[in-house]
Design a protein. Sequence first.
Length: 373
Amino acid sequence: MTEPDNNLHRYHRQMLLPDIGEAGQQRLREAHALIVGCGALGSAIADTLTRAGVGTITIVDRDLVEVTNLQRQILFDEEDVRSAIPKAEAARRKLAAINSTITVNAHVDDFSARTCARYIDGVDVILDGLDNFETRYLLNDIAVSRGIGYIYGGAVGTTGMSMSILPHPRARSQQASPRLEWSAKQATPCLRCIFPDAPPPGTSPTCDTIGVLGPVVTTIAAYQSAAAIKLLTGNLDRIDRRMLSIDFWSNQLRQFELAPAPLEDCPCCARAMFEHLHGDAASRAVSLCGRDAVQITPATANGSMDLNAVAGRLHAHGNFTVTPFLLRGQFATETGENGAALELTLFSDGRAIIKGTTEPDFARTIYARYVGT
Ligand SMILES: [Zn+2]
């Protein structure tokens, strides 16, 4: 018998599970999980995987902690709201206090076709903490082309859904060399097999328009986390091959059987067309649905924008402050739609969130006028 590894003692109750044991715990320590989006789903997943001992966790999130997040986003508190800290950084600090033996990489960034290459090398599983289908399809393209597991999750209102995706090897690119592999027989349909096209913007309800019940989100996050632990410990046959759908208000829990993968006409996992991954790299201004805000992403990221210099230029136009992560404030000289207060949040890579408007063209004008092009 080998001596038990004392560094693993904290995981004793997890290692007692016969399918995990010390060997499974070692596998978790060698694993790398990418969590995209650190809101309600992402923070609950990050908390669970940090406690479970996943050795490297990378978190990418573009937003700040706001007071309306605290109802369900379990890693954040009132001090995070007061200090207007980005979610990724707030999460990193909390996770480091929970488990100092793992590595947490936190990135304040918009995960997009343009930026994703920075974050996906060496990743063993992708966990979906998102609130929009556009980025989910990007995650799906990455997972299928690289042969990485992708755990989809979503929650809105009183309902939630989750599905584990083990992409079919057929569409994997020749350069991909995933550390974890599975057979064609173990593969599952991908997200686009199930949802071929995203709902048009503005047509589907969001947490910001119809609300969300906290326990639904934590349940979906727990289901996603369990799937990741199964995958990372090599328990592939324990992964649920059905789609889970829950509604905690009408007390429904359903599991839908899925057809064998890949579905013949799926553009992604059957025909290897990765249109979301090869998206255009132009600057973008997107209205953030239900948020009364527009996000501006410049075409070329400038990693070293001098926020103090911008604050100096803005001084005469309102009340703006600079923190170690961002510049933030409200215009005195400009208003948004219907006289709404117009707020600017600017990150050092040039990305901005302009709140108080849903008009991309107006937001671009404000950006060009006060930040520059
Ligand atoms: Zn597919």
